[in-house]
Write a protein that binds this ligand. Structure first.
Ligand code: 5RP
Length: 219
């Protein structure tokens, strides 16, 4: 296992300590979230169930024996745990590298605490080096791409990829993220945009960062 994979596992296992017995847990998507799911499988007696943010995470949760719960049945969750593509120390994130951003944002929003688990390569001073994923209704692809171009972005269609919601993803390069909260809101106003991968209006409450075997908690 590489250092980075080792750190993803360390951050994910550290997040298990944030869970209280009997809780239903919101679970993210991606390789770091997969480690968290594996950890949940090891402590499953303590967990009532999980709300998954993707079909892939649902399948993995099923495999490790965690009961799946629908968000509409629970309404709110005490905690949501997920990775990120970029994270500032203030908890602002870019997410969606795995294409699950819409369900991730829904579950994060429905949770009292959002714990973000990353290896140190994801921590940045300023968001924006990672191309911003935007989930779109395919019909509106051309109009949305033109609008993103006017905003200074260079949208690239994620080829051969369909989200769990049946939509497409544009990965937007070169956007200036001087006002990430403002841009998050602005992008959502474009007709046909389902969600964008800026998680700044509802940032992470706790960032767990692993750096070459050392874990730190940033609130
Ligand atoms: C999926 C995500 C992931 O959290 C993000 O892509 C990080 O993935 P990984 O843990 O594999 O590095 O937002 O939509």
């Amino acid at each position: 296992m590489s250092n980075r994979d080792d750190d993803k596992r360390l951050a994910a296992y550290a997040a298990l300590e944030q869970i209280e017995p009997g809780w239903t847990v919101g679970v993210g998507t991606g390789s770091t979230a997969n480690w968290f799911i594996d950890g949940l499988g090891e402590v499953k007696r303590d967990v009532a169930g999980a709300v998954a943010s993707s079909e892939a995470s649902a399948e993995r949760l099923r495999d490790v024996g965690i009961p799946l719960v629908e968000l509409w049945d629970v309404g709110r969750l005490p905690i949501y745990v997920d990775g990120a593509d970029e994270a500032t120390r203030r908890g602002e994130l870019i997410k969606g590298g795995g294409g699950a951003l819409t369900r991730e944002k829904i579950v994060a929003e429905a949770s009292d605490r959002f714990v973000c688990i990353v290896d140190s390569s994801k921590v940045v001073e300023r968001l924006g080096a990672f191309p911003l994923p935007v989930e779109i209704v395919p019909l509106a692809r051309r109009q949305i791409a033109e609008r993103l171009g006017q905003l200074g972005g260079r949208p690239v269609l994620r080829e051969g990829f369909t989200t769990d919601n049946g939509n497409a993803i544009l990965d937007v390069h070169d956007l200036k993220l001087d006002d990430p909260q403002g841009l998050e809101a602005e992008l959502n106003q474009i007709p046909g945009v389902v969600t964008n991968g800026l998680f700044c209006r509802r940032p992470a409450d706790l960032l767990i960062v692993a750096d070459r075997g050392h874990v730190s908690h940033i609130r």
